[in-house]
Design a binder for this molecule. Sequence first.
Ligand code: PLP
Length: 408
Amino acid sequence: MSSSATTAPHDRFALPDAAGRFGRYGGVFVPETLMTALEELGAAYEAAKKDPDYVAELRRHLKEFAGRPTELYFAERLTQHCGGAKIYLKREDLLHTGAHKINNALGQALLARRMGKKRIIAETGAGQHGVATAAVCAKFGLECVVYMGAVDMERQALNVFRMRLMGAEVRSVDSGQKTLKDAVNEAMRDWVTNVRGTHYILGSALGAHPYPMMVRDFHRVIGQETKEQILAREGRLPDEMVACVGGGSNAIGFFFEFLDEPKVKLIGVEAGGRGIRRGEHAARFEGGKLGVLQGAKTYILQNPDGQIELTHSVSAGLDYAAIGPEHAYYRERNRIEFAYACDDEVIETFQLCSRLEGIIPALESTHALVHGIKRAQQLRPDQIIVINLSGRGDKDVNQVAKMLGVAL
Ligand SMILES: *Cc1c(COP(=O)(O)O)cnc(C)c1O
């Protein structure tokens, strides 16, 4: 499908187009009842991002509440261990609530307040986006309802308790597989019914326009800081950058500032699960096909009848059948490359990073580490690779202990 030559860099701000499309991906595929709400949201967002008061307030909360800027950290022992390129980690794991998701939750909560919406709904899989949303709603005094699959609620009981502590109502979803996809359906149903006073804080660079664009923009700060920090530190841009890709929000935020720097190789890492066999993984570019899911046209894991395939990953945050449309677009243009990491490699690297660096990474972020380490080993010591550490692994230690047969 894609030509072998890298296409010339283009204006990264040119997309999405007015219809919310990134080339043939993206768009707005929702029931008529939501069209008005999405148009209203798009208009409010366009106005907000031009308003210096909104921009300054968001910046202030990102600093004071979330803990930005995050460090760009030289991983000295991991670098020694690999014997190749210098490895830097962008420390999104140091943010409040434990991952990059707070960047987007803050941006959207402030937008909701501007729009006069006092009720927030969200969906969550692993619970990280739910926790970030519950935190910002508590901070701004907004009512918060989080939809979560019944199976996920059981697997992530600690995050359910965290959300409830911060005043959110967590609603169990018992339809379908009882996981993230079903929670998204339920959140959309709620939004259709209550759209007047409710804002839906979608948690990744997914869904109908303007969400993929808006969520991307709220995470662009990751790449902006990275660029400044690596220039200050090394006096040049990195050779390669690696990020994990669930819906694609941490990755697109990290990459965006570098899209028109053709010498910087950008690599997204999907979840290879137990291996690339139907139902055993969540690598949309390994066997996925073009289709429409939950608002956007993109690569989706589906069977020949168009039914959504079962997915699996050791990390709940990467376990979703669709990928953000902007990633599909830049893959087609050969600007972002994609790879995958499997569960067993992830469990090994989770321990390696903890032991060598004193940093316990989120299982999601560990996918980027697995591939980043492989790349570093291929590169020379005078080269530089930056890996986005999208979150911390505290939430994952119980699961990993169980997998390693350690009783807690
Ligand atoms: C949710 C999550 C992800 C996956 O979401 P993206 O939108 O692809 O970034 C990755 N890492 C962490 C730590 C997460 O919590």
